[in-house]
Design a protein. Structure first.
Length: 282
């Protein structure tokens, strides 16, 4: 079923309404940072606000994973507020404004989609990815560093950064032939880690080796996810949420007896865990 198309009049009316709301939010931010505004907001910088933006992004991702429309709407608003707040600070300094930000991203998206806005032909998603990478390499503001990995931010969470590093290397042809090859590598890395664990040494050098070998397992498992078309960050977040839900069920059941979870025996916990698995199978 196709979504109903807005008429030209409805589009104009809708765009005007959005623009008005954006201006209202900008005015609110200017008030907060103004002479008689909020001391906290007045002190903020792009760097300090970027930390809060990251936090809001994670909350948005969590809302999306939970598939809660109301929560998603609220978190999108929080993210949008932080983006406008940072933009407003640069506008105050006369560096750029929202119009320039929107103009640049619009130009970039048109430039990077010649198969939509031009005559270029693509056959599949992989063609689009290769084209995107090629166009990015030719852009004036592209990092002149010779490494294809330089564009991966070092500040990303380790799992997300590992995924992006591996994906960029794979674009250059440095990759396994298929998922079976990656899974065989996981088994190899597991054997190497088990060898270090079995050495039963608490020396610092051995602990470092165990850490490196365990990291190799995680990195290779991340590549298994990539081959399977799964993003490891999302998969891990969903599994953690599932564990949390089941564990909280155990806590609730124990609390009905006036006890705390740490007073339960292992046998009790195992029994409650099985009940939790039956109750929460997602």
């Amino acid at each position: 079923m196709e979504c109903p198309q807005l008429s030209s009049k409805e589009k104009i009316s809708n765009n005007f309404g959005v623009s008005k709301k954006i201006n209202e939010l900008f005015n609110l931010i200017e008030t907060l940072r103004g002479k008689n505004g909020c001391p906290w907001d007045q002190k903020q910088t792009p760097r300090s606000m970027s930390i809060y933006l990251i936090e809001e992004m994670y909350e948005l991702v969590e809302a999306i994973i939970r598939k809660d429309p109301n929560h998603i709407c609220e978190e999108l608003g929080d993210v949008f507020f932080h983006i406008l707040f940072i933009t407003s600070i640069y506008k105050e300094k006369g560096i750029f404004d929202l119009e320039k930000v929107i103009g640049r991203i619009t130009e970039k998206m048109i430039r990077r989609h010649p198969h939509v806005f031009g005559d270029t032909k693509v056959e599949n998603v992989e063609d689009v990815r290769k084209q995107w990478h090629h166009i990015k390499q030719t852009e004036k503001n592209h990092d002149p560093s010779p490494s294809v990995l330089s564009s991966v931010p070092k500040s990303l969470p380790a799992l997300m950064r590992a995924y992006q590093v591996s994906e960029r290397a794979a674009r250059c042809g440095f990759d396994w032939d298929d998922i079976n090859g990656v899974m065989a590598k996981v088994e190899e890395e597991w054997r190497e880690f088990k060898h270090e664990v079995d050495s039963d040494s608490e020396l610092e050098t051995n602990l470092q080796k165990k850490s490196l070998e365990f990291g190799d397992i995680l990195f290779t498992l991340m590549n298994v996810a990539r081959f399977a078309g799964i993003h490891p960050e999302t998969a891990l977040a969903e599994s953690t949420n599932k564990f949390e839900k089941r564990f909280k069920f155990m806590e609730t059941e124990i609390s009905k007896e006036g006890r705390h979870i740490d007073s339960a025996t292992r046998i009790e916990m195992n029994g409650l865990w099985e009940k939790a698995k039956q109750k929460f199978q997602d």
